[in-house]
Design a protein around this ligand. Structure first.
Ligand SMILES: NC(=O)c1ccc[n+]([C@@H]2O[C@H](COP(=O)([O-])OP(=O)(O)OC[C@H]3O[C@@H](n4cnc5c(N)ncnc54)[C@H](O)[C@@H]3O)[C@@H](O)[C@H]2O)c1
Length: 338
C-alpha cells in the first residue's frame, strides 16, 4: 500500500475521517464503529470492488440506473436489514458511486431512525463529492433528489485502485466535479498528483460542509457551474451526463462573471486551461440547443430563490449572486458559442 492520506471532516460532535490513497480499502476496518457486530453491505452488480469488513455481514445489491434511486429501493433495503436483524449498533457500508452512497446513506438514516454508515466510494465523482458531506436521498417521479436526509457517515474510503475499472466516461464526469475545486480556493491543484489532489478536493469540501452543514448559505458554492449544467442535462434529455454538463457550466460561469465585470478575461482563460486542457473536457454548448430555452430552465432552477441566481467567481472568490439580468446571461451564452 502506498501512502494513504487521512482527511478529517470537522462536523460538530460527528467528525469523521476520509482515507484517500491506493489500497486505502485495506483500512476499512479502522473506520467501523466499535459497537458494530454486523454489517449490511449495499452495492451494485457492476461495481467490481471487493471489501473485507472483518465482521459478519450480508450483501445487498440495488439496481443499476437512476430509476432505482427510489423510495421502493429504500423500502426493500430496510426490509432486508430487518430480516438480517441489523441493530442500531451495527453498520451499513455503501460500496459504489454516488448512486449507491446516496441510497445506502438514506437507508441508514431512516432504518431504526438512524444507524451508522461508512462509504467506500468507487467512482471519482463519489470520492471528491457524493460520499462526502452527508447529503443522502432518492428521486421521485416528480424530480431528482426530492426526498432525503442529512446523515453524516462515520468514515469514508477513497481507494484509488477502484478507478482502474471505471469507464472513461465516468472518469470524465469525476473530472467535471474535480475541475470545480480548482476555483473554490486559491491553491494550485494542478501541481498535485492524483492522491494529493483527491485528498485536497475532499478537504475543500469538508471545510465548506463543516461551515454550513445544511446548506443555509456558503455550501451553495459547491454548486459552482451547476446552474447551466442542470439546464443542459434537462435540455438534452440527459444525453449529457452531469459531470460533462458541469464542465460546460464552469466555462459559462466564468464568461458570466466576466460579463458582469467580476473577473478579468485572464481568469476566464484559466477556466479553459483547467477544464478544456488539463481535464480535456468538452466546453462547447450542445449543438442545436436554444439559448432562450437554457435561460428559461435556469430561471426555474430549484436553488434560484431570488430571481436568476448563479454561483460566480469574483474579487472575493466564488459566491452566490442573485438578481442577474437576462441580457448578461444571453451575452455569456453567446460568447460560448463563439
Ligand atoms: N450526495 C451528494 O452530495 C451528491 C453529490 C453529487 C452527486 N450525487 C449523486 O451521485 C450520483 C452519481 O454518482 P456517480 O457519478 O458516482 O455515478 P453512479 O454511482 O451512478 O456510478 C456510475 C456507474 O459506474 C459503476 N461503477 C461504480 N464504481 C465502479 C468501478 N469502480 N468500476 C466500474 N464501474 C463502477 C456503477 O455501478 C454505475 O453503473 C447521482 O445520483 C447524483 O445525484 C450526490
Amino acid at each position: 500500500m502506498s501512502e494513504v492520506r487521512r482527511v478529517r471532516v470537522p462536523i460538530d460532535g460527528r467528525s469523521y475521517d476520509v482515507l484517500v490513497g491506493y489500497g486505502a480499502a485495506e483500512l476499512l476496518g479502522t473506520l467501523l464503529p466499535v459497537t458494530a457486530k454486523r454489517a449490511a453491505i449495499v452495492t451494485q452488480a457492476d461495481v467490481p470492488v471487493q471489501i473485507s469488513a472483518n465482521i459478519p455481514h450480508e450483501t445487498f445489491q440495488i439496481g443499476i440506473g437512476e430509476q432505482y434511486k427510489s423510495l421502493e429501493t429504500i423500502g426493500e433495503l430496510c426490509r432486508s436489514f430487518a430480516r438480517m436483524g441489523l441493530t442500531r449498533n451495527d453498520v451499513v457500508i455503501g460500496v459504489g458511486g454516488g448512486m449507491v452512497t446516496d441510497v445506502a446513506g438514506f437507508a441508514a438514516a431512516s432504518y431504526h431512525r438512524g444507524v451508522p454508515v461508512v462509504h467506500v466510494a468507487t467512482t471519482l465523482l463519489g470520492m471528491v463529492d457524493a460520499a462526502i458531506g452527508g447529503k443522502t436521498g432518492v428521486n421521485l417521479p416528480e424530480g431528482k433528489n426530492l426526498v432525503g436526509a442529512f446523515w453524516q457517515p462515520s468514515g469514508v474510503v477513497c481507494d484509488l485502485d477502484a478507478l482502474d475499472t471505471l469507464p472513461d466516461r465516468e472518469i470524465r464526469c469525476g473530472y467535471g466535479e474535480m475541475a470545480k475545486y480548482h476555483f473554490l480556493t486559491g491553491d494550485d491543484l494542478l501541481a498535485l498528483d492524483l492522491t494529493a489532489r483527491v485528498a485536497r478536493c475532499v478537504q475543500i469540501k469538508a471545510e465548506i460542509v463543516a461551515s454550513d452543514e445544511r446548506e443555509s448559505g456558503r455550501r451553495a458554492i459547491l454548486n459552482y457551474g451547476h446552474t447551466l449544467a442542470h439546464a443542459i442535462e434537462t435540455a438534452t434529455e440527459h444525453r449529457y451526463a452531469h459531470g460533462e454538463a458541469v464542465a460546460i457550466g464552469l466555462i459559462f460561469a466564468a464568461h458570466l462573471a466576466n460579463v458582469l465585470g467580476r473577473i478579468p478575461v485572464e481568469r476566464v482563460d484559466q477556466h479553459f486551461a483547467v477544464v478544456g486542457e488539463e481535464y480535456a473536457l468538452g466546453v462547447d454548448l450542445p449543438a442545436g440547443v436554444d439559448p432562450n430555452q437554457l435561460l428559461d430552465l435556469m430561471r426555474r432552477d430549484k436553488k434560484a430563490l431570488d430571481g436568476l441566481t448563479f454561483v460566480l467567481d469574483g474579487p472575493h472568490g466564488v459566491e452566490s449572486v442573485t438578481g442577474v439580468d437576462d441580457g448578461s446571461v444571453l451575452d455569456a451564452l453567446s460568447r460560448m458559442a463563439s
